[in-house]
Design a protein around this ligand. Structure first.
Ligand code: ATP
Length: 522
């Protein structure tokens, strides 16, 4: 069993070798933190997006979708706060000339101390065996307590510094914690500066007249500015939601961990407009509903956890992340934020237009509150792929690499193989392929022996392989081979559609994810 670091490396190289993800413009040595989805990756990504869209829009009668433009009026970003406050604190190491996010350096340092505490717990657990009381040990062991106090001390200091926007203090924390540059190993740090993460470009043909505009750093604002358009044209009644998927751009200072943090990425966001005062019920509802969506894909519950935000953004009155255990640890996958009426009020103020809803039940107008769910499609892709990638030892001591993808997400559902490239077998295989392709992404493969063809399909997660052999010509039966069990059985061609449909249908996941499909708080 590969360790996590190795596992992650294997996932990255597998992604390239099997056509999931390529570095962008690779023939020019790539572009930092920008990636292209390849022939299989694009299918997997589309299937994840479809699953999100269907469970949000199709399964909620009070949620509709839009597709707003990436370019927006520049004032949008003044109103949203991004021009003034969408910053990361950055710091450079003078020896290695490498640039880091100051907050990430400090958080990584705290994570290291936490790992030391965990190690103590692990050692004690081994020593005491079954009688070990972990909770008690964490509360009383002097070493562990020392580590935990240290973390709390750094955290408190860091939070205060951020709240006061005191960058000198942030730098001082880095110095006091004796944090070294991972590349040069030195503590020769520059000052901490704020760095705006938005990409800008110019719109207009003549440079003097051109307007500075931004590539959207989030899709949410396209929803807010369309709130009234959708409400009026769709005759929507509060509570209702607007969903959107699309590209977002952030000039991340430290882009790393493959597609986890990219400079161009895709978000799937839903803004739910509600009556002021009901936000805590809806916050609980969306937390539970979104987690259900994740679990319904078959990803194990112990890979997920909530992380409640202690320090809230200025616009939020409750917020949490759904974290997933990536090969490099638990990290944010999705955010759920109670955004109050901040965004709509800001847009009212900057546009001079009223963005209010007349509530017939209350007989009054108000600016609705907003509950947001925001997930990175690429991060979800990475979570699924890194969990699905398995190196499996087989009884004959060989290993196979298999992607245990939920069948409804698999890029290719069925591969059809003629056993040999002669005697009418390719023609019969083409006939079956042509029958199945109306419903599913299918593939034909004639090259190599059957064993090798199976392995290639395992490696891209294809749930079914169908082999056409001479007997097929006699009795219209084929061998169907299942990815997970590797079992093969002979079935009539006439039954193929039913067998495959049942297994690759998204319906089961949608049912499991929907739970309370009325869109009302539980
Ligand atoms: P992080 O703290 O990791 O930078 P964030 O809190 O800035 O993320 P949000 O602004 O809440 O992220 O964006 C919502 C979602 O968009 C995140 O949960 C994440 O899945 C995704 N996302 C954000 N930034 C990136 C990025 N640079 N690359 C890929 N996905 C991203």
């Amino acid at each position: 069993m590969a360790n996590n670091e190795e596992h992650f490396k294997n996932v990255i190289s597998h992604s390239k070798e099997y056509g999931f993800i390529f570095p962008s413009s690779e023939i020019y040595d790539g572009l930092s933190a920008v990636y292209d989805y390849a022939q299989n990756g694009v299918e997997l990504k589309k299937n994840i997006r479809d699953y999100w869209w269907k469970s949000m829009v199709q399964m909620h009668e009070n949620i509709v979708g839009i597709d707003a433009a990436i370019f927006m009026h520049p004032t949008t970003w003044k109103a949203s706060g991004h021009v003034d406050a969408f910053n990361d604190p950055l710091i450079d190491n003078k020896d290695s000339k490498k640039r880091y996010r100051a907050d990430v350096l400090i958080e990584d340092h705290m994570a290291k101390i936490e790992a030391k505490a965990d190690k103590e717990v692990e050692k004690a657990a081994k020593r005491f065996g079954e009688t070990f009381d972990e909770k008690m040990f964490r509360q009383t062991n002097p070493r562990v307590l020392e580590y935990l106090n240290k973390i709390e001390e750094i955290e408190t200091r860091f939070r205060k510094a951020l709240e006061a926007n005191d960058l000198t203090e942030v730098r001082q924390i880095i110095l006091d914690c004796e944090i070294v540059c991972p590349v040069s190993g030195s503590r020769n740090w520059t000052e901490v500066r704020q760095f705006n993460l938005m990409f800008s470009t110019a719109m207009g043909s003549v440079s003097e007249d051109a307007n500075l505009i931004y590539l959207r750093p989030e899709t949410a604002q396209g929803i807010f500015v369309n709130f009234l358009n959708v409400q009026k044209s769709g005759r929507m009644k509060i509570p209702f939601g607007i969903a959107q998927t699309g590209k977002a751009f952030r000039n991340e200072i430290v882009a790393r961990q493959f597609i986890f943090r990219m400079r161009e990425f895709e978000q799937m966001e839903m803004q739910f407009f509600i009556r002021p005062g009901t936000e805590m019920d809806w916050y609980a509802y969306w937390k539970a509903t979104r987690l259900k969506w994740h679990h319904a894909m078959g990803l194990p519950a112990n890979k997920y956890r909530f992380h409640d935000h202690i320090k809230l953004a200025h616009y939020a009155n409750a917020a949490c992340d759904i974290e997933f255990e990536f090969p490099f640890g638990f990290k944010e996958l999705e955010g759920i934020h109670s955004r109050t009426d901040f965004d709509l009020k800001q847009h009212e103020q900057f546009s001079g237009k009223k963005l209010q809803y007349f509530d017939p039940e209350l007989n009054q107008s108000y600016v609705p509150y907003v509950l947001e769910t925001s997930i990175g499609l690429d991060r979800m892709f990475l979570a699924i792929l890194s969990h699905a990638y398995t190196e499996e030892k087989l009884p004959d001591d060989s290993t196979r690499v298999v992607l245990n993808l939920p069948p409804f997400l698999a890029p290719i559902k069925v591969a059809v193989f003629p056993l040999m490239s002669k005697d009418g077998l390719p023609e019969k295989a083409t006939e079956i392929f042509n029958m199945l392709r109306f419903d599913h992404m299918c593939m034909m493969e004639e090259k190599d022996n059957i064993g090798k063809r199976y392995r290639r399909q395992d490696a891209i997660g294809t749930p079914f392989c169908i082999t056409v052999d001479p007997q097929t010509l006699e009795d219209n039966t084929v061998t169907i081979r299942y990815r997970d069990t590797m079992l093969q059985e002979r079935v009539p061609i006439a039954q193929l559609n039913a067998i495959i449909d049942e297994k690759v249908s998204m319906k089961k996941a949608l049912v499991a994810a929907s739970g309370n499909a009325t869109g009302q708080p539980a």
